[in-house]
Design a protein around this ligand. Structure first.
Ligand code: NAP
Ligand code: G4F
Length: 324
């Protein structure tokens, strides 16, 4: 049933865009999504969730202010979720300028579109734990200083501060979610969890022999994307906009995550894992561990999916996909 609210999502074809669209549709929103022009089909995630025909798509790009103004006008958005980004850290060293334009300047473009068309709209910015980079505290929260370690982290920091600045300068209801890594069966294949679960499924089915990875000593605070989009929505419902860390409070090495995946299908990691220097990065974020206490206390949010549940869910989904 309709709740008479309109949402606009950039990055609607991405992992989080798909889960957030589903959540908002279930809550009765009319959902518009900004669709960046591509020559290939990018709607597979919306299709997998069965909502391809329910999300209304508007052509646009984060680097094109006029298209964002048009999207604001067409959607009549009460809530705007800026999830669009060049989101792969590895690529940001190959395309640092594009990453800055989309992930940094692009945020200002969306904020300007909101300010011009409907300054009363509530705005959510997809900030990231990558901004902590070379960590300045063992457990990172909203007060931890930032030290980004990639062009992606640098660009995202610009978007984060732009969000804070538009809140303080223009009184926009602009919140920034500092989300730690979150994954799902809809995760892009280039990210390490999905690369692992897809490879484990292929190896199990006899279609691949090895899994080649880079640094398996790094540690991440991994949660489930389906849980994390709820935190995004909760932020836009608050009377005052603010910034929140969203994390599980647990950290695990890539190595141990890989063990969970192989162990789930009864295979031995050592028989298949190959360390390949091409997957090491020019600078690494060695460890991330978030403290979600503020989100738990003020939003009433909490993570509900363990890493074990998450990785086994992803391996099972990849097995199903590969078996047709
Ligand atoms: P994702 O799957 O890579 O999705 C990114 C989305 O952005 C896609 O829909 C993509 O469109 C779109 N996009 C890329 N360039 C664009 C442009 N120039 N104009 C308009 N749209 C563009 O990322 P995700 O995992 O869902 O993450 C969502 C957001 O959260 C991103 O901003 C990411 O940086 C941030 N974040 C993610 C995590 C995480 O662990 N997943 C953690 C913290 C923050 P196409 O499909 O057409 O390429
Ligand atoms: O899965 P990843 O590529 O994610 P990363 O770099 O942590 O970034 C993700 O999380 C951020 C939040 O902290 C988001 F903002 C960002 O958009 C993205 O969603 O890599 C995780 C770790 C890294 O330490 C990487 O060096 O896995 C290590 N790794 C080792 N071998 C690998 C590989 N990563 C990838 N992608 N591929 C490998 O072969």
């Amino acid at each position: 049933m309709s709740n008479n609210k309109n949402a606009l999502i950039t990055g609607v074809t991405g992992q989080d865009g798909a889960y957030l669209s589903k959540l908002l549709l279930e809550k009765g929103y009319s959902v518009h999504g900004v669709l960046a022009r591509r020559s290939t089909d990018t709607l597979w995630r919306l299709r997998e969730l069965g909502i391809e025909n329910e999300v209304k798509l508007v052509d646009g790009d984060l680097t094109d202010l006029s298209s964002l103004i048009r999207a604001m006008e067409i959607s009549k958005a009460d809530e705007v979720y800026n999830l669009g980004a060049q989101s792969f850290v590895g690529t940001s060293w190959q395309q640092p300028i594009l990453t800055a334009q989309v992930d940094g300047v692009g945020v200002i473009n969306v904020l300007e579109a909101v300010r011009i068309v409907n300054p009363k709209a509530h705005f959510y910015q997809a900030s990231t734990s990558e901004m902590f980079g070379l960590i300045q505290a063992d457990m990172q929260d909203e007060t931890t200083p930032f030290y980004p370690r990639s062009p992606y982290g640098v660009a995202k920091l610009m978007g984060h501060w732009a969000t804070v600045n538009y809140r303080e300068s223009f009184g926009l209801h602009a919140s920034s979610g500092i989300l730690f890594n979150h994954e799902s069966p809809l995760r892009g294949i280039e990210f390490v969890t999905r690369k692992v679960t897809d490879a484990v499924a292929r190896i199990k089915l006899g279609r691949q022999k090895e899994l080649r990875l880079g640094n398996i000593d790094s540690k991440r605070d991994w949660g489930f994307a389906g849980d994390y989009v709820e935190a995004m929505w909760l932020m836009t419902q608050q009377p005052e906009a603010d910034d929140y860390v969203v994390a599980t409070g647990l950290t695990t090495t890539v190595r141990d995550m890989v063990e969970i995946a192989f162990g789930h299908v009864g295979l031995n990691t050592g028989d298949h894992l190959v360390i390949d220097p091409q997957f090491f990065r020019p600078a690494e974020v060695d460890v991330l561990l978030g403290n979600p206490a503020k989100a738990i206390a003020r939003l009433g949010w909490k993570p509900r999916t363990s890493l074990q549940q998450l990785i086994t869910m992803m391996v099972d989904a990849d097995l199903r996909r590969l078996q047709g």
